[in-house]
Design a protein around this ligand. Structure first.
Ligand SMILES: Nc1ncnc2c1ncn2[C@@H]1O[C@H](COP(=O)(O)OP(=O)(O)O)[C@@H](O)[C@H]1O
Ligand SMILES: [Mg+2]
Length: 244
């Protein structure tokens, strides 16, 4: 479980996040949505332990987080793949660094690349892959380490609509097969409703509203009107900000 208590993040004298309080249950998914600049990435970095709160606390499984945890996996907006390494080597790097047995590494890397549909591209370098394939390699590289907390910053924002849905479907499939706590930042309403069991709507530096999404987990939800009802509710909370 993740608890954020009275958390403030300041850059200089400006509070980029002010008094955030959240409880995110273990092995559930949560989508954080809000306009550009409202502090989504900053919140995710703080959950990752990459930023230390100016005030308040982030507590994960009872421990106050002050630096990155071994079992937290982070997928940032820029995929951060090493351009001089192949897809395979990018994915196996973390396991090699953890001194895992070579046979086990090969088996795990092959299995995750296969699951993400990119095994046939294993010898390609990032520049030889499409945007969607690169994003899958970035996801594979993180998932292969079997994190118990997975943090994603706009995983599909660089992709066209078709590839965006492919990646979203894949994230849902992987989550359902092996649940871990998933926190996903997005500015896309449909992505938030497809992948968030809880949807946190942010406005400038604060949490504005929290929506529970009873339809989460249904891979065919995009064909159902209930999905659009929740999308409209999120849209309403996002747009209400202007009048205040
Ligand atoms: N390292 C930093 N130093 C100063 N200001 C920052 C820094 N990182 C982010 N900010 C500011 O904090 C605010 C929130 O940024 P960010 O969390 O990236 O927003 P979002 O991801 O929602 O678009 C923005 O106004 C941004 O300019
Ligand atoms: Mg951001």
């Amino acid at each position: 479980m993740i608890q954020v208590k009275n958390m403030v993040i300041k850059f200089g004298s400006e509070a980029v996040l002010s008094n955030i309080n959240l409880v995110l249950p273990e092995n559930k998914t949560c989508a954080i949505i809000g306009p550009s600049g409202c502090g989504k990435t900053t919140l995710l970095y703080t959950l990752a332990g990459l930023l230390t709160p100016s005030e308040g606390q982030v507590i994960i499984n009872g421990k106050n987080i002050r630096s990155i945890r071994k079992d937290t996996g982070v997928i940032l907006q820029n995929t951060g793949l090493l351009p001089w390494k192949t897809a395979w080597d990018n994915v196996s790097l973390g396991l090699s660094a953890r001194k895992q047995d070579r046979v086990a590494i090969n088996q795990k890397v092959a299995s995750i690349l296969d699951e993400l549909g990119i095994l046939e591209h294993k010898h390609k370098f990032p520049a030889q892959l499409s945007g969607g394939q690169r994003q899958r390699v970035a996801i594979a590289r993180t998932l292969v380490l079997e994190p118990d907390l997975l943090l994603m910053d706009e995983p599909s924002s660089a992709l066209d609509a078709i590839n965006r849905e492919h990646i979203q479907n894949m994230i849902l499939k992987i989550y359902k097969k092996k649940p871990a706590t998933l926190v996903l930042v997005t500015h896309n309403i449909e992505e938030a409703v497809f992948l968030g069991e809880t949807i946190i709507v942010m406005k400038r530096s604060a949490v504005k509203h929290i929506i529970e999404n009873p339809f989460f987990g249904d891979e065919n939800i995009r064909l159902k009107s209930d999905y659009y009802k929740i999308c409209l509710e999120v849209r309403k909370w996002l747009s209400e900000d202007d009048s205040q």
